[in-house]
Design a protein around this ligand. Structure first.
Ligand code: GLU
Length: 509
């Protein structure tokens, strides 16, 4: 038998912003597809019109653009198996619902919500299944004439899947092994509703996976309970031979304590659970996103890749290409993966370090412009190259480096206490150093530094005290890069200007 082409899909429902767990699911599908030279399909599952949220689809698309994960086929991309939005596939589903009805695999049920409610009140743990369906109003229990009359009068109905009890259903799951359940625990799921002429998630999902020739279904653990039903649907259609292989990914757990990761954990501990900021169209609430919180998409991807999988060694930092090489679905864990957001901060730092200075500078530039700093790009790149090792986020560069771009407006108390403790002495150091630098034949740090050191030594002054007093006048605090890197950057005039201005405003005695 020839190997089947690998085709996987990411199939979100546009019911709100894409949760970070969904991003992990998409990433694993992407890695698996790339690794096998297969196709990665993007399908929108929007058959539940009650849960449709405007803007959600656009949000999902924009998220993947930002993350740099490209689909081969699907909404916004096109392909041979479209349309890829389920709301545009109504006629297709109708045909398959009809097929199930004709083959006796499904039936029509006319029970009203009130009738169902009454049944639930009457029978504890009521389930619409082999034990109860003949007490209900459906095409199996009612005489044919009555069914025809109901249909002729336009009575609404749903189509239910006829589950045969007592059958062992086997689900082959790459991560969980063979999952076996008895069909008696399943209910006769609603597959279609005449009211809106739309299938439910289960039917649309199976029909589309079949028609789109999906080979592997990789999705979150929350869908595991639906898998036996999906297997039975494949069988009911006679599609056993093309049944996809399943892989249900582990749950994402709270950073601490028990339970699954929720938006509240993010709010409480200060990290987003969505890729992009989300503005709820109904409530107006804003939920923070990784992009707006200044995380690099590479860091988010790398972090997510390791939530439920590892390459089998200690390697943590990986490019997307390396992940494609190393990824192994069968090495994914069953156990939930703890969402250690501090690790993500660490990844962000690592990616700031490894990315080109010019790329980081491009992200930093708008933050400078916002503050009215008109520094040319080459100079921003220079600052980034000197200072990026000190930050976890690009926006932190401002606080860490603002003195490259502007003279200090205030002087840090603690630094003054330490290095300006004896103002007369400190002022003398700085005043004389300024005179020395002003008259020095050279200014470039590499040449100036040894001269300054010699001069301090000749005066028998303490180097640390002199240089730190000088630093405080240039930076406003006892922090920053190597001092001669800073003077190189701001130039002779600005250096002398800053130091002499400090002599005017700082206490002298
Ligand atoms: N529409 C489902 C979701 O929102 C898809 C589940 C699946 O992948 O089968 O996650």
């Amino acid at each position: 038998m020839t190997e089947r082409r690998v085709r996987v899909r990411f199939a979100p429902s546009p019911t709100g912003p894409l949760h970070i767990g969904g991003v992990r699911t998409a990433l694993y599908n992407y890695l698996f597809a790339r690794q096998h030279g297969g196709d990665f399909i993007f399908r929108i599952e929007d058959t539940d019109s009650n849960r449709f949220v405007p803007g959600a689809e656009e949000y999902i698309i924009e998220s993947f653009q930002w993350l740099g994960l490209a689909f081969d086929e699907g909404v916004g991309v096109g392909g041979d198996h479209g349309p890829y939005r389920q709301s545009e596939r109504r006629d297709i589903y109708k045909k398959y619902v009809q097929q199930l009805l004709e083959n006796g695999k499904a039936y029509m049920a006319f029970d009203t919500p009130e009738e169902l409610e009454a049944k639930r009140a009457e029978i504890a743990n009521f389930q619409y299944d082999a034990t109860t369906r003949m007490q209900m109003r459906n095409s199996l229990s009612l005489p044919k004439e009555e069914v025809d009359a109901l249909l002729a009068s336009g009575h609404q109905y749903v189509v239910r899947f006829l589950i045969e009890p007592g059958v062992e259903v086997h689900v082959h799951d790459i991560i969980r092994g063979e999952v076996v359940i008895n069909s008696s625990v399943l209910d006769d799921k609603v597959l279609y509703k005449s009211a809106d002429e739309l299938p439910t998630y289960h039917l649309a999902n199976i029909v589309d996976d079949h028609l789109m020739e999906v080979s592997h279904v990789i999705r979150g653990e929350e869908w595991l309970p639906s898998a036996p039903l999906h297997v039975l649907l494949y069988r009911a259609f006679g599609w056993e031979d093309t049944m996809p292989t399943f892989a249900h990914l582990p749950l994402l757990l709270k950073p601490e304590g028990n339970g699954k990761l929720s938006k509240r954990d993010g709010d409480r501990l200060g990290f987003p659970v969505f890729p992009l900021e989300w503005h709820d169209p109904k409530t107006g609430d804003i939920s923070s996103g990784y992009r707006e919180k200044d995380y690099l998409p590479e860091a988010v991807i790398n972090f997510l890749a390791l939530l439920g999988w590892n390459p089998g060694n200690d390697q943590e930092k990986m490019t997307l290409d390396e992940m494609v090489q190393l990824f192994d679905l069968s090495r994914c864990s069953k156990a939930g993966a703890r969402f250690d957001y501090k690790k993500l901060v660490w990844f962000n730092h690592e990616y700031i370090l490894s990315k080109d200075d010019a790329d980081i500078a491009a992200l930093f530039e708008p933050m400078l412009r916002e503050r009215g700093i008109e520094e040319p790009m080459e100079r921003i790149i220079k600052v980034v190259s000197l200072m990026k090792g000190r930050v976890n986020f690009v926006h932190e560069l401002w606080d860490t480096c603002c003195y490259f771009f502007q003279a200090p407006e205030a002087y840090d108390e603690k630094s003054l206490k330490k290095w300006w403790k004896e103002p007369a002495v400190a002022s003398t150091y700085v005043r004389e150093l300024c005179d020395f630098i002003e008259h020095s034949p050279v200014f470039a740090g590499a040449e100036l530094e040894p001269l300054v050191m010699e001069w301090i030594a000749a005066k028998e002054w303490p180097v640390g005290k002199v240089m730190n007093a000088f630093r405080v006048t240039l930076v406003g605090a006892a922090v920053g890069p190597h001092i001669f890197e800073l003077t190189d950057y701001i130039g002779k005039e600005e250096t002398l200007h800053r130091a002499r201005r400090a002599l005017e405003v700082l206490p002298e005695a």
